[in-house]
Ligand binder design. Structure first.
Ligand code: MRU
Length: 353
């Protein structure tokens, strides 16, 4: 019998009309949930990185819509739908790159279209948001199996940013593959980039792996070239914020550099993402909007200025890896090797709304 899959962390839950988000800015120093009862506060939490990671952003936004429906129901006397639509615009403006946010909002809109009253909307939006959360975990488990099967046992893997339970409903995309591969005895250890400037690797990925008893060694991004040349790593495994129809993939800044290094050193490069991350309306990666975040995130560390006063910073949160550098895109609906337009189109357009 296979050992149980390491999977102990859940960052998003909804109970008695309240959304609880594990505050990812405080990890690993403090494990604290924040409570949300208003959509506006959820939009701010997404922008400020309380909750981050493409699927987790989408799910949190789904529950944000539930809160907006509840607010409209309580106020009564107003055209509830117009009120909820206006509130949803705040969620849409929170972060631009992760397509899962827009996918989740579209799905909620379609559900609201079939509701005759604010009461109906409260019940239907809550059921849909809960389904999105549960489906996401199931999709991650499936991706874990499919991705792990690609890994020949005996070597380490390298990952970037945080793509784990914290970045999703639970289990993770790329980190889900790594969890499954570890449970199946296919990886010797995990190397994780620290991932400047938010340190998602050092703070979040390392925390998750330590919680689940999976050995992890952190590295500065600049060490990745030497690591990949050493032969210790069989696969680089990353997630995605948006995949264009041709397979070009936006993910955390630094991913593109890793893909170039992996190809140079004959290391496999795997992207794990649910089908909802594929944006079939974007022809190629050049159309993907890339979020630029405040300069202070680079110039400061934990609120302390570390850069020379007077220096400016360039802080794109994501980059785009061309499809030709990707060996496999792993989704819950199948694996696309050497991804291209035809391969992705064959996956279909994802779960029904
Ligand atoms: O800025 P973040 O922390 O939201 O960026 C997250 C990433 O880039 C992840 O790799 C991506 O969302 C995939 S998460 C399953």
């Amino acid at each position: 019998m296979n050992p149980p899959l390491p999977d102990t962390i859940r960052p998003i839950r909804f109970a008695d009309g309240v959304l609880y988000l594990l505050d990812q800015r405080r990890l690993p120093v403090e494990t604290r949930e924040n409570a949300y009862t208003e959509l506006q506060a959820v939009a701010t939490a997404i922008r400020d990185m309380v909750v981050r990671g493409a699927p987790a952003i989408g799910i949190a936004a789904g529950f944000g819509v539930v809160l907006a429906c509840e607010a409209a129901r309580k106020r009564g006397g107003h055209p509830w739908r117009a009120e909820v639509d206006t509130a949803m615009e705040q969620l849409a403006a929170s972060r631009p790159t992760a397509v899962n946010l827009f996918w989740a909002l579209d799905r909620m809109r379609r559900v609201l279209d079939s509701c005759a009253s604010a009461e109906d909307a409260c019940a239907a939006s809550l059921a849909t948001a809960q389904t999105m959360l549960e489906d996401d975990i199931a999709a991650n488990r499936r991706m874990g199996e499919l991705g792990a099967a690609l890994i020949t046992p005996g070597r380490a893997v390298l990952t970037h940013c945080n793509t784990g339970s914290l970045a999703t409903g639970g289990f993770g995309t790329a980190l889900g593959v790594i969890r499954s591969a570890w449970a199946g005895g296919r990886v010797t250890e995990v190397f994780a980039d620290e991932t400047r400037p938010w340190l998602q690797g050092a703070r979040l990925t390392a925390w998750e792996l330590v919680q689940d008893g999976i050995p992890v060694r952190l590295l500065c991004e600049g060490a990745a070239a030497s690591l990949l040349r050493s032969g210790a790593v069989g696969w680089v495994i990353v997630g995605a914020d948006r995949i264009a129809a041709n397979g070009d993939t936006a993910n955390k800044i630094g991913t593109y550099g890793l893909a170039v290094l992996a190809r140079e050193h004959g290391v496999g490069f795997m992207v794990a993402a649910p089908v909802s991350t594929i944006d079939f309306d974007m022809d190629d990666g050049s159309e993907i909007p890339i979020e630029t975040r405040p300069e202070s995130e680079v110039l400061e560390l934990a609120g302390q200025q570390v850069a020379a006063h007077g220096a400016r910073a360039w802080n794109p949160a994501f980059d785009v890896t061309p499809a030709r550098l990707i060996d496999a895109i792993v989704t819950e609906q199948g694996v696309v090797r050497r991804p291209d337009r035809q391969g992705l189109a064959a996956l279909g357009k994802g779960p029904p709304g």
